[in-house]
Structure formats: structure tokens, C-alpha cells
Design a binder for this molecule. Structure first.
Ligand SMILES: *Cc1c(COP(=O)(O)O)cnc(C)c1O
Length: 400
């Protein structure tokens, strides 16, 4: 079977909730992936930053196979010998006292919302079921009903109401808008340090710091969704660190298991995360020994291979090089570390055709919204590989 056969099968038997490029990947190694026709590509999306450690990292693979042969799922009705070690290592790496493991990012976001609301009632004394959460326009936090309830993207919610109340969305990047939206019932402000899905939108410097200050002054929790920006992607372990901010609750997912397995977590200190009592929240698969073993290995790779430092160094270089490419189509190059967006001018005819042209030339990138090409290769990339793609990107950005 070749590419066209697989595409045809997928179109016939699958739901059409994605519009992928027509590349059918069958294997990967590090920054490279290979399609069913034997063509090699540099992956510049990293599965939306879930593969920061590179594809099929041997150490994570070993942890997966070793653990899979022992025990995979115990449920949280019993304890297992991997989760406690993940808890401890996560606390040491992240600086948060405790954590709560889930599977997908959206589940961890839902968990954080429940936690923030509970804190609002139990600690802040908000009247029951009146808690409000402030979010930002352009946000992306996942796809559940509650999460799309506060999306500003009409397309994400059009036919999916009725929606969950209790969310107020304000302009992203404007700290005073957050301050103005706070009421006595505000439990939390939830933000992405950089809005990845909105098109790599970087807020003004000092924005998060100011929001954190406003939260503190008003007895409101700051929740950072670092599912995409965390774990080294932006050149710091958490993107909040760029602003010297430590959120009260931080949500991670994606690269937490290096692309082998869905593992997410909510991180906080005991005074907040300690509010959950047995039975109030849970997940059959969350914290399972296979996921925990994989996450332990994946986190270890980030530290051991200095991926945060590499992201900072080579990401800065990548962005400088991109910014220097002369092109009639480019409006702006922006980002932090290895999370880079190239915004094209309206007249360029959309980012999709540029992504297709890159694909033809062996680089996989994906348009984000209509006009932004996102470049987010695995953090294990080296300078030589990066240098090899600049001429290709230059050619594509100079297409008619
Ligand atoms: C991907 C993402 C999510 C959702 O994660 P899933 O694993 O797809 O549910 C939430 N927030 C941000 C910032 C993301 O990038």
C-alpha cells in the first residue's frame, strides 16, 4: 500500500475531524520521520510539542518495554511501584510539592478547573457554585465541553452548546483587562504563557509577572497551562520562568511522556492540591505504572540531555536565522526557544500551501490558524541539521 491507499482508507472509514497533510508516516527516529513511500522528513511539529525528546527515544522505549512486560495497569484502587517515584522526581524537577496524574492534556485542564473551583469555595469562601475563572481570548486548553465553553474560536464551539458557565474571557496580553474582570467570586486566572494554537502568540514582556501580581493582590489563583510550552519547549523548563513567575497551579502533558503514551499532570503545593479528598476526582488510567515509568524516563531525558538548554540556544539561533530570510510573504517571526511562528501576510494566500511545499522538500510543519507556520522541531535537534534546512525554508518562503 502506498500513501494514496492509506489516505483513501482514512477518508472512507475515519471521522473527518482533522485536515492532515497527505504524508503517511510509518517510522521515526530522533528528529526524522519516514513515510510509507520511503521518503525522509525533518519533523518540525513534534506532534504539537509532545515529542520534545525526539521520536522513539531509545531510553524511553526501553522504559516502556521493560515496564510493559511487568505490569501496565493496576488502577488507583491499588498502589504501584512507579507512581510514587514519578511523584518524587516530578516534585524535585518542577519545584511543586505534589502532583496529580491524568492522561490527556484536556483532562488535566479539567482537573485544574475543578481544583481552582474547590479552592475558591473551601479557602476563599466564594458562595457555592458561583466561582468564576478568567481566561484569555485566543486560548486553547483542549476540546471537552467545559473547555470549549470558554474558547473564543467560534468554530470550536458552533454546534456544541449548551456551555459550561463561570468563565470570563479577556484580551490576551493585557494584564489590566484581567484586573478589571476580577470580582469577589473570581477563583482563578488561567493562561498559556505563549498561545501556541492561536499562532504562537507571545504576550508583551512582563505580562505574566503583572498578572501574577494582580492575582496575589486579589487572592486569586494563577493557573498556567504549560501543556505545550512546558518541559523545555520555550528554552526554560516552564515558560513562566521567562517572566520570573511561579504559577499556583501548573498543568503539563504532551512531552511529559515523550510521545510514547498520554500522560499529563496538575502540579501545585499541598495547600492547594491537598484539597481533593478520596473519590472526588480520578481516572482509571491516570497514574498507571506504564505511564508513570514512561514519564519518569521522558523527564529524565529532558534533564540528562540538557534539552532545555539546547532549546534556548538553538531556538534563539533558529529564530534569528528565520528572521533574516528575505521573503515577500513574511509579516513577522516570533516565539521563544524552539516554539517559533512565522506569520505570513494576508496576501500570501494562507500558510497551508507553504507547508505543502515544505513537505515536498522534506520538512514537516503545520499551519496554525490560517496564516502562521509553526516551527517546533524536537529539542534534540543539532545545529548542523538546523543549518541544512534554512536554504529550503528560504526557497519556500520565496515561492510566487
Ligand atoms: C494540546 C494542548 C492541550 C490539550 O491537550 P490534549 O492532550 O490534546 O487534550 C491543552 N492546552 C494546551 C496549551 C495545549 O497545547
Amino acid at each position: 500500500m502506498n500513501t494514496q491507499d492509506f489516505v483513501a482508507l482514512e477518508e472512507q472509514y475515519g471521522a473527518h475531524n482533522y485536515h492532515p497533510l497527505d504524508v503517511v508516516i510509518e517510522k521515526g527516529e530522533g528528529v526524522w520521520v519516514y513515510d510509507v513511500d520511503g521518503k525522509k522528513y525533518l519533523d518540525c511539529l513534534s506532534a504539537y510539542s509532545a515529542v520534545n525528546q525526539g521520536h522513539v527515544h531509545p531510553k524511553i522505549l526501553a522504559a516502556l518495554t521493560e515496564q510493559a512486560a511487568k505490569i501496565t495497569l493496576t488502577s488507583r484502587a491499588f498502589r504501584n511501584d512507579q507512581l510514587p517515584l514519578l511523584y518524587k522526581e516530578l516534585a524535585e524537577i518542577s519545584g511543586y510539592e505534589v502532583s496529580l496524574p491524568m492522561n490527556s492534556g484536556a483532562e488535566a485542564v479539567e482537573t485544574a478547573i475543578k481544583l481552582a473551583r474547590k479552592w475558591g469555595y473551601q479557602v476563599k469562601g466564594i458562595p457555592r457554585h458561583q466561582a468564576e475563572m478568567i481566561v484569555a481570548d485566543g486560548n486553547f486548553h483542549g476540546r471537552t465541553i467545559s473547555i470549549v465553553s470558554f474558547s473564543s474560536e467560534e468554530f470550536y464551539k458552533d454546534d456544541f452548546g449548551p456551555f459550561t458557565p463561570g468563565f470570563i474571557s479577556v484580551s490576551y496580553g493585557d494584564a489590566e483587562a484581567v484586573a478589571a474582570a476580577i470580582t469577589p467570586n473570581t477563583a482563578a486566572v488561567m493562561l498559556e504563557p505563549i498561545q501556541g494554537e492561536a499562532g504562537v502568540v507571545v504576550p508583551p514582556e512582563g505580562y505574566l509577572k503583572r498578572v501574577a501580581q494582580i492575582c496575589k493582590e486579589n487572592n486569586v489563583l494563577l493557573v498556567a497551562d504549560e501543556i505545550q510550552t512546558g518541559l523545555g519547549r520555550t528554552g526554560k523548563f516552564f515558560a513562566c520562568e521567562h517572566d520570573g513567575v511561579r504559577a499556583d497551579i501548573t498543568i503539563i502533558g504532551k512531552a511529559m511522556a515523550g510521545g510514547f503514551y498520554p500522560v499529563s499532570a496538575v502540579l501545585a503545593d499541598k495547600d492547594i492540591l491537598g484539597l481533593f479528598s478520596p473519590g472526588e476526582h480520578g481516572s482509571t488510567f491516570g497514574g498507571n505504572p506504564l505511564g508513570a515509568a514512561v514519564a519518569r524516563a521522558a523527564l529524565n531525558v529532558i534533564i540528562e540531555e540538557k534539552l532545555v538548554e539546547n532549546s534556548e540556544k538553538l531556538g534563539t539561533y533558529f529564530m534569528e536565522q528565520l528572521a533574516e530570510i528575505p521573503s515577500p510573504h513574511v509579516k513577522e517571526v516570533r516565539g521563544k526557544g524552539m516554539l517559533i511562528g512565522v506569520e505570513l501576510k494576508e496576501e500570501a494566500g494562507g500558510a497551508r500551501r507553504f507547508c505543502e511545499a515544505l513537505q515536498e522538500r522534506g520538512i514537516l510543519a503545520k499551519e496554525t490558524h490560517d496564516h502562521v507556520i509553526r516551527f517546533a522541531p524536537p529539542l534534540v535537534i543539532d545545529k548542523e541539521t538546523l543549518d541544512s534546512i534554512f536554504p529550503v525554508i528560504r526557497d519556500v518562503l520565496n515561492m510566487p
